[in-house]
Design a protein around this ligand. Structure first.
Ligand code: FAQ
Length: 332
């Protein structure tokens, strides 16, 4: 484990209520006026304790999702069909790790050290996106991740890039440029399989059937049971609710799948022309909470890979942090 700790100690519920009471009401009013005017909040600016805590939680989870998110696709680099798809997948996986770095940097500006964040990931204290706890069984799974999960991430990130915290918004803008390229490579792979042999179409359809529910879960619980949305939207950290983002995603991508003659495993999925909203069968939210609570099909496997990387990279970090000490070691 890393040795670093919190600069900003995460308070418990009681501490938090006490700290919030100490948030100067005048400063809070000025802060909320700035948010209402659409100004960006920067690291040195005054901010309420709860705004800082929520941002750390959300950005940290996002960073972990990028790092863990590289794993299902990463296992396919050696098996991607053909040289060009291998190159594209290597570049994509490298990009995802880079996104993790950008996001850890953004979270660090709020006072939690990178070491503390990694420790919380490895101990299971911090969450990361539900979708990366499912196996990538075939090349079609990689295709579905590249097209639909990148698309879902873009819907979320394009909206939140217009939010209130400067470092997070700037990181998201850059991430979105790269994600759009990922989406193109996912779309290209999708078209290839959808217009390929019957076996390729079948493989794609099977992957879609398996991934549909986790993708519906991706945007978080329904608005009526979302814990954090109200405050986060008031403070312009989240720029749309979970259900609005889910709807936006369905609007943009379901027609693209149907046009290719693919089906989705929900007989109730349809757009209500009068309301403009999509109707669907509620995905199994018990399954969602089980997966994000650590008991999904691949949670243990994903964290074990990161633990292995942490242990086997320790000597590199040590050498970088204490170059003199390393130079003094006798050459074997
Ligand atoms: N997975 O009150 P809400 C990517 C938790 S990046 C796991 O509605 P909130 C790139 C939530 O944390 C993907 N946990 O929560 C890529 C909370 O638990 P807590 C990640 C989830 O924060 C592509 C509880 O449920 N993107 O894919 C999930 O207001 C391809 C209650 O929920 C981001 O992180 C979930 N899906 O809204 C990489 C974007 N949903 O913390 C490789 C930033 C909810 O109280 C390949 N995050 N929970 O214990 C967000 O926008 C928000 O955090 C939401 C959730 C919208 C995800």
């Amino acid at each position: 484990m890393y040795g670093g700790g919190y600069i900003f100690d995460e308070p418990n519920g009681k501490q938090l209520r006490e700290e919030q009471q100490h948030d100067d009401p005048e400063k809070l009013a000025v802060f909320e006026e700035r948010i209402a005017r659409g100004e960006k909040i920067e690291p040195g600016d005054w901010m309420p304790t709860e705004y800082r805590r929520q941002l750390i939680r959300l950005i940290e989870q996002h960073a972990h999702s990028e790092i863990i998110g590289a794993l299902p696709e990463g296992t396919w680099i050696t098996r991607a069909p053909g040289f060009k798809r291998k190159l594209a997948l290597i570049a994509k996986v490298q990009d995802e790790i880079g996104h993790g770095q950008l996001l850890y940097n953004a979270a660090e500006t709020l006072g939690k050290s990178r070491e503390a964040m990694i420790n919380d990931l490895l101990s299971g204290k911090s969450k990361y996106s539900n979708v990366f706890n499912y196996p990538a069984e075939s090349w079609a799974d990689v295709t579905v991740i590249g097209f639909l999960i990148d698309a879902a991430a873009i819907v979320n990130q394009v909206a939140n890039a217009k939010g209130s915290y400067g470092p997070y918004c700037r990181a998201l803008e850059r991430i979105c440029y790269e994600e759009s390229f990922h989406l193109k490579q996912g779309h290209d792979a999708l078209i290839t399989l959808a217009t390929g042999t019957p076996a390729q179409r079948e493989m794609l359809q099977d992957a879609l059937n398996r991934w549909w529910q986790p993708i519906m879960h991706f945007f978080g619980p329904p608005d009526k049971s979302s814990q954090h949305s109200e405050k986060l939207m008031q403070w312009k950290v989240k720029m749309a609710s979970n259900d609005d983002m889910r709807n936006q995603f369905l609007d943009a991508y379901v027609p693209k799948l149907w046009e290719l003659g693919l089906t989705l495993p929900d007989p109730n999925l349809k757009k209500n022309a009068a309301t403009g909203r999509w109707e669907y069968t509620d995905p199994d939210w018990n399954e969602f909470f089980k997966v994000i609570g650590g008991d999904g099909p691949c949670n243990k496997e994903r964290l074990n890979v990161r633990k292995w990387a942490e242990e086997h990279g320790r000597w590199v970090r040590k050498a970088l942090m204490n170059p003199k000490e390393e130079r003094a070691l006798p050459v074997a």
